[in-house]
Design a protein around this ligand. Structure first.
Ligand code: F0G
Length: 438
């Protein structure tokens, strides 16, 4: 795929437009400090939209033989030219990731007023969150560049993914900075299991982000937060795969939870590229949803984007998006504007009830994903999303990373609480208990 020295991709600053070589280790524009993005000359492949669709569908069919076609089995690398054309197959570190289910939710949809509601369950990735899609690209590229230490700040899922992918590369050290006591025990256990150097900082995510940015500026340590433009190229594949799952039908809406704002930026970028290449010909709309306790992107949206609002994020059950200064704000704002998008926020009660309700319908999504679902329901109730719209909600991580939140909800007074009861070990006691609940 890499064409000798003439590479297809460059790093381009989203603020000043300056271009740099793709192999430069940069996480911000050296000129103006702006965010960088990967721009690849995908038109040079000379394929039509139909030819791309056929290629990807062929690879999906070929996935039946993982021994001879390992990369066709990854729901990221199946789209490899469009994900990151600078890596050859042999250079890819893949588990493989992606291939998450797109759940049609008839009963839940009906309850919330949707005729066509789908959830793309990114919690079905190897480390149980969507971060694996970006991390396979980031760690593969770090390995190719000969980097020996990779690091991130994290609310718990990026750290799990970084640790898991770094663990596959001999000699690569993973370093994760997490806000002390603000990530779940399950998330923490992942970083520990995978052998990452795990540092709990007495601050919040935004504080960890500042420290890791300083660290990577001062030491030969490669930053793998979503500020790294190469990493989030892999996350474009969420949109690619969801559209592919729908037989290359573009939904009317993608609804995405927003924290550091990398994911919604990636999804928008991927959609723009597919529109440019003619792989799809319809523009979906984007909805970015935040928790009220951590709503700077929503507040900025309310100012008509005149102000870039930051805040100290408060405690929320959606702890993975407890972020007060989203790093990718400028990119995410651009995508919301391009895709005629909206930004909404939901209360703790709304997100927790959506968490319980979705899982009551047999899903296993996390509270951060429930933010997106609750936001979709709110936009539906306000008739921003129409009843017959085809809606894809992105569930970003698995419920079992947040079992403490579930236990607390079911022992509390929530609308859908289903508390466990302790009873004597007799059949009479069981029969009594069944009668009481009937
Ligand atoms: N959902 C989950 C489960 C997350 O872990 C994150 C981000 C998001 C949504 C928001 O995505 O930041 O791209 O807007 N988690 C990061 C982390 C910050 O460190 O794991 P975003």
């Amino acid at each position: 795929m890499t064409r000798g020295a003439s590479r297809l991709s460059r790093l381009v600053c989203v603020d000043c437009g300056a271009a740099r070589g793709i192999t430069e280790i940069l996480t911000a524009c050296p000129g103006c400090g702006g965010l960088l993005e990967v721009v690849s000359d995908l038109a040079s492949f000379g394929r039509s939209g139909a030819a791309w669709r056929d290629l990807f569908e062929g690879r999906r069919q070929a996935a039946a033989s993982p021994v001879t076609r390992p990369f066709e089995t990854s729901g990221v690398w199946r789209y490899r030219e469009h994900v990151f054309p600078e890596l050859d197959e042999g250079e890819i570190v893949s588990k493989p990731e992606g291939n998450t289910r797109l759940y049609p939710l008839a009963a839940l949809g009906e309850r919330l007023g949707f005729s066509h509601l789908f959830v793309k369950h990114e919690g079905e990735n190897p480390t149980l969150s969507f971060k694996d899609r970006g991390m396979t690209v980031g760690v593969s590229w770090a390995k190719k560049l000969g980097v020996s230490t990779v690091a991130c700040a994290s609310t718990g899922d990026t750290s799990a993914a970084l640790a898991a992918y770094a663990a596959e590369v001999p000699g690569m050290r993973g370093v994760v900075l997490v806000p002390q006591a603000k990530i779940t025990g399950e998330q923490l256990s992942q970083a520990l299991h995978y052998g990452a150097t795990t540092l709990a900082l007495e601050t919040d995510f935004d504080g960890c982000m500042r420290v890791v940015a300083d660290l990577t500026a001062r030491q030969p340590v490669y930053l793998l937060n979503s500020k790294n433009p190469v990493r989030i190229e892999g996350q474009k594949s969420i949109a690619f795969e969801a559209i592919h799952d729908l037989g290359f039908t573009v939904p009317d809406w993608f609804v995405v939870p927003v924290g550091n704002a990398g994911n919604i930026s990636a999804i928008g970028k991927g959609l723009r590229e597919w529109l440019d290449l003619g792989v799809v010909d319809k523009k979906p709309r984007l909805a970015g949803i935040q928790a009220s306790a951590a709503d700077p992107f929503y507040s900025s949206y309310l100012t008509g984007w005149k102000e870039r609002v930051t805040r100290t994020a408060d405690e929320t059950a959606a702890s993975a998006i407890r972020i007060g200064a989203p790093v990718s704000h400028p990119k995410a704002q651009r995508e919301i504007q391009y895709f005629d998008g909206v930004v909404e926020r939901v209360t703790e009660e709304e997100l927790l009830d959506a968490f319980a309700l979705a899982n009551r319908h047999g899903l296993a999504i996390c509270p951060n994903s429930a933010v997106a679902l609750a936001g979709a329901a709110k936009l539906r109730a306000a008739d921003v999303i129409k009843k017959n719209d085809l809606v894809v909600v992105i569930a970003t991580a698995h419920a079992l990373k947040f079992s403490g939140t579930a236990a607390k909800y079911h022992e509390g007074a929530g609308r859908f609480a289903n508390p466990p009861r302790t009873i004597p070990p007799t059949v009479d006691a069981v029969i009594d208990a069944l009668k009481q609940q009937a």
